[in-house]
Design a protein around this ligand. Structure first.
Ligand SMILES: [Zn+2]
Length: 438
């Protein structure tokens, strides 16, 4: 059997199991869970991977699971990832009435296409003909939300980092992985694929303004209004915006999670969450300094205190040209050349960016959905394109990488200089963590 025939066989197996793959994605869609709470998804995916004869390690980072294919083989290891978590969008028709959670970022589609790769490579016996091994990782908590909940998990020692991939890198799940890949859906209009996209990184922060309560009608002069401090701080941040370099695509977007306790008391405890996003690590750190100055100045003007809890966010998403090209040649079996966009530029962030600093990483965007990510309009419209095409294309990419004793993968790994080692990465996360009080 030559390489082309092997690819055909894997695609036939994926086609034969199409219903099963789509059912997995739809079932997770119908049970949306937020990050580090993906219990249903973890159990369901684990069961399905076990049915393929794989041994599954469950709850690898609170939730999530890993199955390893041909773990004892010699040769390079490729990891295929799928995220499991939903977002909150209460306005969406399919949102969970209690939690507001809904899969409006299509992560259910990612795990289903990861499962599709597992189906294709396992049931076809393809790995026997390849020189290497494959890990399948259902990863938790890509969306960086519910910072209070995650702070509590951190206090209890259940996690060290808010992002699922940060946590898994820290726990060593990428230590022996050489190349990583995953897909993400996106509304691409009349196009079907976007390859080579880059994205912003960010730092996150919890901010508390601490003032002094007093009777809002009777004695406001005796209080220190933490809400006024916070409002000044937000305006200070706005005043910085013209200083952010265009190339950095800086985004600062605070929300207020607590504006006071009761209306007739001067607010003494006001809380905010925010991200500072940018295209490079240095750009993010520079903008972050200005944001912190703005927060402190707001507090200073009012005579309040401010406590800034700095939490590592995600690193910018980097692409790998050669991997992109291999994937592109494979997906051209299913889409036309004119339907592929090359080189996208995103100001959103992905925790796969962290992985991309450590190893060659593939993160294509696939169409087939309508509406925008994280909004009420998000809708999966084309199951074949969302679920099946990326599963086949990733499986074929793995065949290219690991064919002939893993020749292509071995050369790719040899030629790759990571932006950071794991130690440097964890050191960086530590360096930017901490509490500033002023
Ligand atoms: Zn997403």
């Amino acid at each position: 059997m030559d390489k082309k025939q092997l690819k055909e066989k894997v695609c036939q197996v994926i086609d034969k199991n199409k219903e099963k793959i789509i059912r997995l994605g739809e079932s997770i869609y119908n049970h949306p869970e937020l990050g580090y709470k993906e219990v249903y998804a973890t159990n369901f995916i684990s069961e399905e991977l076990e049915k393929l004869g794989l041994t599954v390690e469950k709850n690898i980072a609170v939730t999530g699971c890993r199955a390893r294919l041909n773990a004892e083989n010699e040769g390079p290891r490729v990891a295929v990832l799928g995220e499991m978590d939903a977002v909150i969008c209460k306005e969406h028709i399919d949102a969970d009435p209690e939690t507001g959670a809904v899969h409006a970022c299509g992560h259910n589609i990612q795990v289903a296409s990861m499962f599709g790769v597992a189906v294709g490579l396992t049931l076809s016996g393809a790995l026997e003909k390849l020189g290497g091994k494959v890990d399948f990782l259902a990863v938790p908590a890509e969306e960086y939300v519910e910072l209070e909940y995650r702070s509590k998990l951190k206090e209890k020692g259940k996690i060290k980092y808010f992002g699922g991939k940060q946590e898994l890198i820290y726990r060593g799940y990428f230590d022996d992985v050489d190349i990583a890949m995953m897909m993400h859906v996106l509304n691409l209009g009349d196009k079907k694929v976007l390859i080579g996209g880059k994205g912003n990184g960010f730092v996150g922060k919890n901010v508390q303004f601490i003032g002094k309560e007093s009777h809002a009608g009777g004695a406001p002069e005796k209080g220190i209004n933490a809400l006024n401090a916070a409002m000044l701080a937000i305006n200070n941040i706005h005043a910085q915006r013209e200083t952010f370099p265009e190339s950095e695509r800086i985004r600062v977007h605070p929300i207020m999670t607590k504006g006071g306790d009761i209306v007739n008391v001067i607010p003494a405890d006001v809380r905010m969450e925010m991200y500072v996003r940018g295209r490079t690590i240095q750009g993010i750190l520079d903008a972050n300094k200005k944001v912190n100055r703005s927060l402190k100045a707001g507090a200073m003007a009012i005579g309040a205190k401010v406590k800034i809890n700095e939490i590592p966010g995600y690193l910018p998403l980097l692409n790998h040209d050669e991997l992109d090209n291999i994937f592109k040649l494979n997906i051209l079996d299913f889409v036309k050349k004119e339907e592929i966009i090359e080189d996208g530029d995103f100001t959103g962030s992905f925790d796969f960016g962290d992985v991309s600093h450590l190893m060659p990483s593939l993160h294509p965007f696939i169409g087939g959905i309508k509406g925008e990510l994280h909004t009420r309009n998000f809708k999966n419209e084309d199951h074949e394109l969302c679920y099946i095409v990326p599963a086949k294309s990733m499986a074929m990419t793995i065949i290219d990488l690991l064919w002939d004793e893993g020749k292509v993968a071995k050369k790719m790994i040899k030629d790759f200089t990571p932006k950071m080692t794991k130690e440097e990465y964890v050191g960086f996360l530590e360096k930017i963590s901490g509490v500033i009080t002023e």
